[in-house]
Design a protein around this ligand. Structure first.
Ligand SMILES: [Zn+2]
Length: 309
C-alpha cells in the first residue's frame, strides 16, 4: 500500500548515535537497492552503479532526491529508481539536488525533471553544459547556504568554496543528524580521492576541519560504498591531506624532482588506509602539480613538462 510514514515525535528529538541502530547504516555494495538510514532519510545505490550512493527524503508533500544512480550512465539509467519511488509513495519528486558535476554521481536524475526543481551550486551549471553531462541543468543556483523545507523536514545545502571540484556542496539534514559529503568522505579506512585533478587542496583542508566540527552530525554518508562513517573521518583525512601537502612541499623547496619525491614520500604513518598503495602515486603527482602552481622557487628553472616545439 502506498503511503508516507507519518512524522513521529522521534523526529523532534535529538537522537544519540545508538538510536540509529534501528536503521540500516551498512549494506552490500554489490546489490542495487534502498536502505533507510534515519528517521527521514533513505539511501539508494549499489549494484551496477559501482557502489555509488545518494539519498532521498520522502515527505507528505513530496520527495527530495539527492544525486542520481547513473553509473553506467544512460539517459534512462534512473528509471529503476523512479519506479521504486512511484511504487512506494503517492507524491512526486519535488526537488533534485545535484552534489557536484561529476557524471557518475548525477546521471540518472533527468527522469525526475518533469516534476522537480533542480538545485545546485552556482559553479555547477557551466560544467554541466560544457561537458555535456547527462543531467538536468539547475534552475535554482546558490552561493553560501540554501534551505529546503518540505513536509516538516529541513534539508540544508552548503557551498563551502572549491574543494573536490569547484562546485561540490554538502547536504545536511540536521534533525536526523545526517550529512552527505560525496567524494570527501568514504567508509573508514578508504581514501576518497584517487587524485586531486580538480581539487582546491588548501580550501579542502579548511573545509574538512569545518565538517569535523559541524553540529548535528551523527552519520556521515559517503557517495561511495558502505557502511556510513562519522566526523572522525574528516579529521583523519584532513591530517592525511595536510601531511602529504607539507611533505611534498618540503621536498620541492629542497629542489627535488617529482621522480625523486615519488620515491621519498611513502605515507607509511597512514597505512590504515587500505587503498593507500593504489592512490599514493597519483596523490603525490597531483599534489606536486597543485603546489607547482602555488609557489615560486628561488631558481625557477624550467617547467616540469617539456614544451614541444
Ligand atoms: Zn566527484
Amino acid at each position: 500500500m502506498k503511503r508516507i510514514r507519518p512524522l513521529t515525535l522521534a523526529a523532534l528529538i535529538v537522537l544519540s548515535p545508538q538510536a540509529y541502530a534501528q536503521y540500516e547504516t551498512s549494506w552490500d555494495n554489490s546489490v542495487q537497492g534502498i536502505n533507510r538510514i534515519s528517521e527521514h532519510v533513505y539511501r539508494w545505490g549499489g549494484g551496477a552503479m559501482g557502489g555509488i550512493s545518494g539519498l532521498f527524503v520522502p515527505t507528505d508533500e513530496g520527495i527530495i532526491v539527492i544525486d542520481g544512480p547513473g553509473n553506467p550512465c544512460t539517459p534512462d539509467s534512473g528509471q529503476w529508481f523512479r519506479d521504486e519511488l512511484e511504487q512506494r509513495y503517492d507524491v512526486p519528486v519535488r526537488y533534485v539536488v545535484l552534489s557536484h558535476d561529476h557524471q557518475s554521481h548525477i546521471c540518472g536524475t533527468t527522469v525526475f525533471a518533469d516534476t522537480a526543481v533542480v538545485i545546485g551550486s552556482r559553479k555547477l551549471r557551466p560544467h554541466l553544459i560544457r561537458e555535456g553531462r547527462v543531467a538536468p541543468v539547475p534552475t535554482v543556483s546558490f552561493d553560501g547556504s540554501l534551505d529546503i523545507d518540505l513536509g516538516g523536514v529541513k534539508v540544508v545545502l552548503h557551498y563551502l568554496g572549491p574543494t573536490h571540484s569547484d562546485n561540490l556542496i554538502v547536504i545536511h539534514i540536521p534533525q536526523d543528524g545526517v550529512i552527505f559529503v560525496p567524494d570527501l568522505a568514504r567508509p573508514h579506512g578508504q581514501l576518497p580521492n584517487p587524485d586531486f585533478r580538480d581539487m582546491d587542496v588548501d580550501n579542502t583542508i579548511e573545509v574538512l576541519g569545518i565538517l569535523s566540527r559541524m553540529d548535528d552530525v551523527d552519520i556521515v554518508m559517503p557517495g561511495h560504498n558502505s557502511p556510513v562513517s562519522d566526523q572522525s573521518y574528516f579529521r583523519r583525512y584532513r591530517d592525511y591531506l595536510a601531511t602529504l601537502r607539507e611533505r611534498v612541499l618540503d621536498h620541492m623547496v629542497a629542489g627535488r624532482t617529482l621522480e625523486e619525491i615519488l620515491g621519498l614520500v611513502t605515507m607509511d604513518d597512514f597505512g590504515d588506509y587500505t587503498n593507500l598503495g593504489q592512490v599514493l602515486e597519483r596523490n603525490v603527482i597531483t599534489m606536486y602539480d597543485y603546489l607547482y602552481r602555488y609557489r615560486e622557487p628561488n631558481s625557477p628553472g624550467s617547467l616540469p613538462i617539456r614544451a614541444t616545439q
